[in-house]
Design a protein around this ligand. Sequence first.
Ligand code: DX5
Ligand code: ZN
Length: 218
Amino acid sequence: MKIEILPSLLAADYAKLADEILRAANAGADAMHIDIMDPHFVPNLSFGPDIVALCKRIAPNLYRNTHLMMSRPDLYIEKFAAAGAETLQIHYEADCDIHSCLRAIKALGVKAALTINPETPVEVLRPYLKEADEFLVMTVHPGYGGQKFISECLSKVTWLREKLPQIDIMVDGGVNGQTAIDSARAGANQLVSGSFLFKQDDMKAQIASMRANLEELI
Ligand code: DX5
Ligand code: ZN
């Protein structure tokens, strides 16, 4: 499976957002992970569709992976698709009909991913295994960057990988050089990393070294 490394824009320096988007693109990132939060779903607020559109304008070739930490993602998927989101990740814990929301995302020509929080058992995903294009296992409680990786979540990645050998499985939260290796060993092939990557002086060298370490494992 192809290993993909996705810097999370949440950890960028907002005083120079356009430069930070370009820094990730020029560092060889496989995609930009764009964290959208509403304060009903998490105890924080972040970006809206305009930031997705900004990423598209600044780095049109950098894939836009858009993580909707929202109670009602179903009400916003059209806006995010129109802004340029290429994958939309909704949460199992959201307040909407998950089957119809996944179908509606796909009908917009966007990839549909399903996400679970650390406290949610992975078995809840069983009815969606054939329906979602990919899965995201949160390895921190959503809401903030810079938290500690919750290793106990990795057994969920392994559960998914055993059932879905060909599907992209992502981890998000607390990913650094070591927890990236732990995640890939568990079966993840897409790794979101925010604070660890954006604090690097040389993001390109760090992504290259992560990629080299991870490709040996897969
Ligand atoms: C958490 C977000 C993550 C976060 C990751 O709510 O979904 O994408 O930005 O940041 P780090 O890598 O700093 O944990
Ligand atoms: Zn995220």
